[in-house]
Design a protein around this ligand. Sequence first.
Ligand SMILES: [Zn+2]
Ligand SMILES: [Zn+2]
Length: 237
Amino acid sequence: MKRIILYLTVLSLLVVGSWLTYKSYILTTSLVIPKVAIQPFLGMDDASVKEAKKGIERYYGIQVTVLPLIILPPQAKNTHILKKHHLRLPVRYRADSLIAYLRRTKSNDFDYIIGLTNQDISVTKDKKPKWLYTDWGIFGLGYRPGPSCIVSTFRLYRYATLELMHTRLRKIAIHELGHNFGLAHCPSRQCVMQSARETMVTIDTEPENLCHNCENAIKAKFRVCFPEEQLAGKIKK
Ligand SMILES: [Zn+2]
Ligand SMILES: [Zn+2]
């Protein structure tokens, strides 16, 4: 009798075990690998484009295609905003217009497109004083979720060596793509999805990775391979 009970227990454990393995297999294989492209705008230097590509590929464990340089759409300039609000500010490109342009012109070969520019980009913030926030310069912008985002290197050179500037660029690219993948801003100090809070200090003090919660949210939707899994895969081999 004891033997039969033991036999049945082992058998049921095996059945449950294989069912769970099968379920996780189905779940992983049904997730899609996001197809990502970088669209550099004229003026972007090669080395920075390569850094953004490297940052995304290394962190998300996916392939990124770099598209040939194109000119910035002149209609995205802030001229009409400055005129309307009687502001005397330098020429910047409106981040929302660039995102819309990238979304409209995106090839169906890609699910996501990241624009890279060396020009200053801006948004209107619902804050006072109006003269300051009507055309507020930013590092990057990406809607959540969305097929396109934009990153500017214009503000990343401040008090920085080239190495630090490249680190900032990789972090912002991972952040904006994170928004496109569906992530909101994250309260964790151990997460690249923190809101920059209008300062470079946030970017310089955050790590170049997501926190566990944000990683899990991405893993539930996409077939990506974060560094710890890349490492586990290498050890297994
Ligand atoms: Zn953000
Ligand atoms: Zn997070």
